[in-house]
Design a binder for this molecule. Structure first.
Ligand SMILES: Nc1ncnc2c1ncn2[C@@H]1O[C@H](COP(=O)(O)OP(=O)(O)O)[C@@H](O)[C@H]1O
Ligand SMILES: [Mg+2]
Length: 305
């Protein structure tokens, strides 16, 4: 059986508030597929429907041809799942939680558990309530990866992890991909999806806006650049440079505010020709990028219904 994921016009409403609307996508076995969207976009809702934890209002979701709601027990057995807020009995120690979940699963190789604990730098002797958000996340990652599932569904897996652990997580995903196994992960961080995934579905306000190879993310990746000069700066210097989507005066006449798509090389070169005294760059948040790229709804927080 091929463990592909397929949703068709999947819709889930929470009473009057929208969850997700007409979400249709497919993931082939062996893909690392990213689900990118700002907070409240509908990532967790979609993943919970796939896990058979939420009943869709309409549309369908199948994994390996099995209906995610009707065959949820069978479906869950096939998957390693990291929920968006991994929580457990607060009095149990990390090692006990992992052991308990391992027994439930069956067939968990203890050496792979130890290796995961070591890689992520988790102290398994602490009680769950004593763990920081990042350490809870590590317990969640160990239990999702430990039985080497053919399909991993990971809801914001790097949330709370420090940069070193994030890198380790990226290696873990690369190994799963090399094994020919499948990963479906959600994130609100564009560079993270760019780095880890083959394809990406972009979700905004409950609806899919794009499904493409991650290379397409280059088109929406941007930098905000602030340039300072010793004397009055002219907007004209940068107006016609390739990739510059806007130029405006900054806090005073000696600073310029640019929005740039693509490489910054030419900007830096030009700035230095004009004796720039400072260059500050910032990567806009996904919310800001989306507001620039996709037509906002009439009211920013408008809910359907
Ligand atoms: N239990 C719930 N009751 C009511 N609305 C909910 C519930 N869970 C999620 N929502 C709403 O559904 C939308 C999508 O939420 P969610 O799937 O959690 O997004 P994401 O995971 O992308 O941050 C949001 O508008 C959110 O407010
Ligand atoms: Mg979420």
């Amino acid at each position: 059986m091929s463990l592909s994921i397929q949703t068709n016009q999947l819709t889930k409403s929470y009473g009057r508030s929208r969850g997700i609307i007409d979400v249709t996508f497919g993931i082939q076995e062996g893909e690392v597929f990213g689900f990118l969207g700002p907070n409240g976009a509908g990532k967790t809702t979609t993943m919970r429907v796939l896990m058979g934890l939420l009943h869709a209002s309409s549309g369908s979701a199948t994994i390996g041809g099995l209906d995610c709601w009707k065959a949820s027990t069978e479906v869950k057995k096939l998957i390693g799942y990291l929920p968006s807020e991994f929580s457990f009995d607060p009095g149990l120690r990390g090692a006990q939680i992992i052991e308990y979940l391992g027994h439930l699963r069956g067939g968990v190789d203890q050496s792979s558990v130890r290796a995961l604990i070591e890689r992520l730098g988790l102290d398994p002797s602490k009680r769950f309530r004593e763990y920081s958000h990042g350490n809870k996340q590590k317990v969640g990652l160990v239990q999702a990866f430990m039985h080497k599932p053919r399909l991993l569904i990971l809801d914001e897996p790097t949330s709370g992890l420090d940069p070193l652990n994030q890198q380790e997580f990226y290696h873990m995903v690369a190994e799963v991909r090399a094994d020919g196994r499948t990963v479906f992960l959600s994130s609100h961080i564009l560079p993270e999806v760019e780095q880890t995934c083959d394809r990406v579905a972009i979700i905004r306000e409950g609806r899919l806006v794009k499904i493409d190879h991650v290379a397409a993310l280059k088109e929406i990746r941007q930098h905000d650049v602030e340039l300072s000069f010793p004397d009055t700066a002219s907007i004209e210097w940068f107006k016609t440079v390739a990739g510059v989507t806007s130029v405006a005066q900054g806090a005073d006449e000696r600073t310029l505010q640019l929005n740039v798509q693509g490489p910054l090389m030419e900007i830096i070169h030009l700035a230095s020709q004009h004796d720039a005294t400072n260059i500050a760059t910032r990567e806009p948040t996904l919310e800001e990028v989306f507001l620039r790229f996709y037509e906002p709804e009439q009211a920013p927080s408008a809910l359907a219904g």
